[in-house]
Design a protein around this ligand. Sequence first.
Ligand SMILES: Cc1cc2nc3c(=O)[nH]c(=O)nc-3n(C[C@H](O)[C@H](O)[C@H](O)COP(=O)(O)OP(=O)(O)OC[C@H]3O[C@@H](n4cnc5c(N)ncnc54)[C@H](O)[C@@H]3O)c2cc1C
Length: 289
Amino acid sequence: MQYFLNGYRKGDPRIRPAADGRTDDQPDLPGEVDVLIVGTGPAGLLLAAQLSEFPDIVTRVVERAPGPLEVGRADGVNCRTVETFEAFGLAERMTAEAYWVNQTNFWGPDPADTSRIKRFGRVQDVRDGPLRLADVRAQLYGVHVPLHDVVARDVTAVPVDRTHETVTLTYADMNAYLRAEGEQLTVSPGPPGQVKITAHTTLVGHALSVSADAVISEVAGHLKITPTRLATGGPLDDASRVLLGRRLAFDVPTAPLPFGQRITSITPGADSIVIEAAGQHIVLARPES
Ligand SMILES: Cc1cc2nc3c(=O)[nH]c(=O)nc-3n(C[C@H](O)[C@H](O)[C@H](O)COP(=O)(O)OP(=O)(O)OC[C@H]3O[C@@H](n4cnc5c(N)ncnc54)[C@H](O)[C@@H]3O)c2cc1C
């Protein structure tokens, strides 16, 4: 409705009519203009689009190329470019037609063997860590929204009888988090209900590979990973066992769950750890503005 506030008109409602005295024709270049834009690349067209908002300023654009480019020069559009498109009301349409890339790799011929290609660079768009969650599913049961509030567009609070969430944390993401935190530990599937932790460490000056089965529990806003059975491939005295056990233990902070929800189970699987949470008698309230 916002497009037809002052009556219906045919055509694309997003294209505004030309200002009085202006036409869509391409008249001959006048002898005098206020602004002459040379070139119809992004810079020239952006300026022309902006100046089109000011019909009193006589603007012309000239281009030496006989027609549009035969091969495009924009395989990728940067986030900042999308922001510029937003100013022109074009961003939504462009992102709908585009494929969203978070990370770009650059490959070229390998100088050592030009029959092969080699990766030369990687532009990372999202930083490593904090902990990435592969999948988060939330189910709300018994959602009460008074129809009156919906019609009046004034929904301020939505009571929910109970909630159930399932979060999937892959071992790959857990290990990426540990690396980002500077921990030299690797987590992989363990025996049923447990994970396996491996590390290369030193004990009284000797390099040592150590692994342990470990349980995961939730303790005061943390996932606590506690080794249960150490294996070093050789005998260990009690003091070394305690010391290595401490080195393999670690915590992963979990932000307090919203709406007083609580973690109900943590299940290590073949590829990931599945964490379930639940809540009861929750009121989703609109934040104070
Ligand atoms: C192969 C290739 C791939 C690219 N890929 C990407 C990409 O994926 N993403 C990205 O963001 N950028 C990309 N770029 C860069 C991007 O195309 C340029 O940064 C951008 O086009 C620069 O815009 P511009 O308006 O400054 O200049 P241009 O786009 O070069 O526009 C200048 C215009 O002025 C015209 N002109 C020049 N002199 C005259 C004259 N005397 N009279 C009349 N007209 C004239 C030219 O014909 C041209 O149309 C790529 C560039 C190339 C070459």
